[in-house]
Ligand binder design. Structure first.
Ligand SMILES: Nc1ncnc2c1ncn2[C@@H]1O[C@H](COP(=O)(O)OP(=O)(O)OP(=O)(O)O)[C@@H](O)[C@H]1O
Ligand SMILES: O=C(O)C1=C[C@@H](O)[C@@H](O)[C@H](O)C1
Ligand SMILES: [Mg+2]
Length: 172
C-alpha cells in the first residue's frame, strides 16, 4: 500500500514525506511536483494560466494514476483531499496521515512562504491570518478522515517521522 501524507499548506507534507521515504528506503513522490513535471508548468503557472478548476482536474487525474502503486511515500497537495471523491480514494487505497497544525502556527510558517502558493500569494499579512483560520476550519472535516492524525506542532521532522514509523510498525 501507499503511505500518504496530507494536511494544510505548510504543515510539512513535502519535508516529512521526503525524509520518511529516505528512512524507509522507499521511493518518494510529491503530487504537486509530479503534476508540475508532467504538465511542464509550475503549480502557480497552472493556476494563473488555466485557473483552479483546471488544476483540480489535473490533480485528480494524476492522483488516480499514482494511488494504486505499492510501497511509495506520497505527499499530497494541500487541497487534494477536498475535491471530487479524492478523500475516499485516499482512505481506501493508502495508509493516510494527517499532519495537523494550528492556524496560528501555520500562519507563522506561511507568512514567509506565500510566494509559491497561489491561493495565498495575493493576501496581506492580516488577511492571511483570517484566511488560514477559515480555510482550515472548512477543510478539517476532510483532513480528519485520515486513518492517522499526527500533531506536528513544535516537533522536529525527525520526531514526526519516528512517530509515523512507529505507527506503521505497529500495523504489521
Ligand atoms: N517539523 C518541522 N519543523 C520546522 N520546520 C518545518 C517542519 N516541517 C516543515 N518545515 C518547514 O516548513 C515549510 C513548509 O514545509 P513543506 O513545504 O514541507 O510543507 P507542505 O505541507 O508540503 O506545503 P504545500 O502544501 O504548500 O506543498 C518549509 O520551509 C519546511 O522546511
Ligand atoms: O491547499 C491547496 O489548495 C494547495 C496546496 C498546494 O499543495 C498546491 O497543490 C496548490 O497550491 C493548492
Ligand atoms: Mg508540498
Amino acid at each position: 500500500m501507499i503511505i500518504s501524507l496530507l494536511g494544510y499548506m505548510g504543515c510539512g507534507k513535502s519535508t516529512i514525506g521526503k525524509s520518511l521515504a529516505k528512512t524507509l528506503l522507499l521511493p518518494f513522490t510529491d503530487l504537486d511536483n509530479y503534476i508540475s513535471f508532467h504538465e511542464k508548468k509550475t503549480v502557480q503557472q497552472i493556476f494563473s494560466e488555466h485557473g483552479e478548476i483546471h488544476f483540480r482536474k489535473k490533480e485528480k487525474y494524476y492522483l488516480n494514476e499514482l494511488i494504486n502503486q505499492n510501497n511509495v511515500v506520497l505527499s499530497l497537495g494541500g487541497g487534494t483531499p477536498i475535491y471530487y471523491d479524492n478523500m475516499k480514494l485516499i482512505t481506501d487505497k493508502s495508509i493516510s496521515f494527517y499532519l495537523k497544525m494550528s492556524p496560528s502556527e501555520l500562519y507563522e510558517r506561511l507568512i514567509t512562504e506565500k510566494k509559491h502558493r497561489p491561493l495565498i500569494s495575493h493576501l496581506n499579512d492580516e488577511s492571511l491570518k483570517e484566511f488560514i483560520a477559515k480555510h482550515l476550519f472548512e477543510r478539517s472535516a476532510f483532513y480528519e478522515q485520515a486513518e492517522h492524525i499526527i500533531r506536528v506542532s513544535e516537533k522536529k521532522p525527525d520526531e514526526i517521522c519516528k512517530e509515523i514509523i512507529h505507527i506503521l510498525q505497529s500495523k504489521k
